[in-house]
Each structure stands twice: as C-alpha cells, then as structure tokens.
Design a protein around this ligand. Structure first.
Ligand SMILES: NC(=O)c1ccc[n+]([C@@H]2O[C@H](COP(=O)([O-])OP(=O)(O)OC[C@H]3O[C@@H](n4cnc5c(N)ncnc54)[C@H](OP(=O)(O)O)[C@@H]3O)[C@@H](O)[C@H]2O)c1
Length: 370
C-alpha cells in the first residue's frame, strides 16, 4: 500500500468533511487502489498540528472541529497559533489540500501563499478555493509546470460538478461556441424561496442558516462568486487569460419579488447565469446576470439544490451536466477526485498492474503502460 502524506489547510465545511470522507473511504482506497492517505499537518484560523511520524488521527480532527474548537488544541502535536504558511513550508508531505476562505479582497490569503509555497516545494496541490486561481491563474499553472507537479481545482466551479474536468479533458479538439453555467447554489435557492412567497430578508436568512451563503452574502448575491467561477472556466477551459475585470456581472438583488413570483407561477425559474459567448473574432463575451429560464432551456429545470453547466460545441454536441448538492459533501469530495486523478492518472477499472504512481515531480509506472 502506497502512503500519501498530505497537508490540509482549512477544516471548515469542506475540510472537515474531507477528513470524514478520507476516514470512511480508507478501506476502499486501500483495497481498490492500494493507497492510504496520511494527514501529516493540519491548520485552521486559530492553530495547527503536525505529526509526520505517525500521522494525525482524522477522527480527532473531526471531533475537535465539530465541537467548534481548533486543531491547535490537539494534544501534544497542536499549537496555537500556527500560521498556515509555516505548516505548509515545513510539512513533510507530497500534497497540499487547501480549503481556506476565498478572501479575494485580502489577496486570496492565506490560500495563495500556501499554494505558491507548496508548488515551490514540489508538492502537488488540490484546492476548491477560487481566490488563488482567480488572482494568479497563469502564475500558479506555470509554477506547477516548472516544478513538475499537479495543481487541480475542480471544486472551484459549481461544487461537486466536474465542470472544469469535463471542459478541460473531454472537449479537446472541439470549439466551444457557448458556455452557460449556473455555478452558484445560493442565488437559485434564494430566488426560488422569494418566488414561492418569502420576503428577500427571510430568504437570505434561510440561505445563511442553511449554510449555502458565504459570509455576509455579498459574495454570492451580488454575483462575485459566479463571476469568479466564470473567470476560472474561461482560463481553464476556454484558454483565454481572464480576470474579474473582463466579466460584466450583476447580482440578483435588483430583481423585484413580484417578478420572481410571476415567473414561478408560470413554471419558469430565475437563475444567475454565467455565460461565455464566442464572437466572430474568436474571443468570448463574458457575463453574469439573472435570467428567466423556460423549461426548454437545458438548465431550466434545476431544483434549488442543483447547479449545472452547458457546453455548446462544434463537434461534441451540446453537453449538459448537473449536480444536486443537499450537503457540502460533493464539494468536499472533489478534493478526493482530484487527488485520485493525480495519483492514478487515467487508469480506470480494476487494472491495478498498469497503474501510474505519481511521486512529487516524477511519475513512475508500476508496470509499463505500453
Ligand atoms: N462550502 C461549499 O459548499 C464550497 C463549495 C465549493 C468550494 N468552496 C470553497 O472551499 C473553501 C472552503 O470552504 P468552506 O465552506 O469549507 O469554508 P469555511 O467553512 O469557512 O472553512 C474555512 C476554513 O478555513 C480556516 N481558515 C480561515 N482563515 C484561515 C487562516 N488564516 N489560516 C488557516 N485556516 C484558516 C477556517 O478556520 P476555523 O475553522 O478556525 O474558522 C476554516 O477551518 C472556500 O474557498 C470556498 O469558497 C466551498
């Protein structure tokens, strides 16, 4: 069994659930893939813990975070405070899982610095954190390439939906004439509640209680989140160097409740739609705005807990993918998906003999793939 020592920064909705997934899936990972994940360093906003020798017990991390504590309180190995960057800089690990807040207004810190440091040190990185990708896409991709390691970020767009992976891998050789996405859960959730008769304040309070809104809601409701996701899709899938300033975006707060109720009664749905439309010059027009979708639209039947993406292509047809997320588990699970992709490559099924193992900057094959 191959051990994978990893660092986890951010043990909130996603990070804690990743620990639960890693714990629960340990037997499957061992039996199916001969892999064992070993947590060697972990950090939250208050502290950190490190144990490269025996690894940190996932159950203890989950218990302490469920109780509202800090991993800095883990007996013997914990310390308060323990800056995330220091943990990443010292950890004897192969891969960083970075799940701290977006913090775009703070230069995407500490996520960006942690990811830079990990890549510099020759560690792979998996992150669902949009901030570093939005601010430094080119730099990070090039740094990873220079160091011969992988940077994966499938969880940055539309939670558990493999929107990035699908666009990057399965549409190569095609031209995407149009991309439409509902990459944000909370805006649809709020608009559906208002459509059914709730006031804006009630709907926003419910979304906050439900955990679907980030922070004070500005990030989601005013369109920043959807725009950030479109920036990532544009860079990663459309291959266009894109920044936030390239996207025209508006949120949902300018809509009046009567409009949403009318649409709801007519069986239509308002969704905050992110769009990239290819122009005759081969560029893309990028926008985010609330749109009333009829049931004929591929995303017109999304429930309040679904997100989706549509790729309109020249040779691959129109591909529609949806995800239903009742909890943050699918979003947290993207970190496992990306990690397995790094370590297992494109080997599927039970052909364990020809599986590639990736170690830092080297890829070695357990048996020739040819
Ligand atoms: N929630 C979702 O459904 C979802 C889906 C896709 C992507 N994402 C992205 O994934 C990331 C994590 O989301 P989340 O919902 O898990 O966020 P969260 O619940 O707010 O958790 C954030 C974690 O980061 C820690 N943290 C905050 N500041 C830190 C610092 N300076 N140093 C070290 N750790 C720090 C927090 O520490 P404390 O525990 O001490 O507060 C917490 O453990 C975000 O970038 C988010 O945009 C989230």
């Amino acid at each position: 069994v191959r051990e994978i020592p990893f660092v986890l920064i951010g043990v909130g909705n996603l990070g804690r659930r990743f620990c639960e997934i890693a714990r629960d899936k340990a037997p499957l990972l061992r039996d199916e893939f001969e892999l064992a994940l070993r947590l060697v360093a972990v950090g939250d906003s208050q502290g950190g813990a490190c144990d490269a020798e025996t690894g940190i017990d996932l159950d203890s991390v989950v218990a302490i975070k469920r109780g509202g504590g800090t991993v800095g309180d883990l007996p013997v190995i914990g310390r308060k405070p323990w800056p995330a960057l220091d943990l990443v800089a010292r950890a004897d690990a192969e891969i960083l899982l970075e799940a701290s807040p977006v913090n775009l207004a703070l230069g995407a810190q500490p996520g960006l610095a942690c990811i830079r440091t990990a890549l510099e040190r020759g560690m792979h990185v998996v992150t669902p954190n949009k901030g570093p990708l939005v601010l430094a896409y080119d730099e990070l991709i090039q740094l990873a390439a220079r160091r011969g390691v992988e940077l994966r970020y499938d969880g940055t767009v539309a939670g558990g939906l493999p929107a990035v992976n699908l666009g990057q891998r399965d549409l190569r050789g095609g031209v995407i004439s149009r991309l439409e996405a509902v990459p944000n859960l909370s805006t649809g959730f709020v608009m559906d509640l208002v459509g059914r008769g709730a006031s804006w304040n009630e709907a926003i309070a419910l979304a906050a209680r439900d955990g679907t809104l980030e922070g004070d809601g500005t990030w989601d409701l005013d369109g920043w989140d959807a725009a950030a996701k479109l920036v990532i899709l544009s860079n990663a899938v459309l291959g266009i160097r894109t920044h936030m300033s390239d996207v025209r975006f508006e949120g949902i707060r300018s809509l009046d409740a009567a409009t949403l109720r009318e649409a709801h009664q007519a069986g239509k749905r308002y969704r905050l739609l992110a769009r990239a439309i290819r122009t005759s010059s081969g560029c893309y027009d990028l926008s985010v705005s609330p749109v009333c979708l009829t049931v004929e639209h591929p995303l017109g039947r999304l429930s309040s807990k679904q997100m989706g993406v549509v790729y309109y292509t020249d040779i691959y047809g129109t591909i529609v993918a949806l995800v239903e997320e009742q909890t943050p588990i699918p979003s947290a699970a993207t970190m496992l998906r990306d990690l397995l992709d790094i370590y297992l490559g494109r080997q599927f099924g039970g052909d364990k003999k020809s599986r590639p193992y990736t170690t830092g900057s080297r890829v070695r094959w357990s048996q020739s793939p040819l």
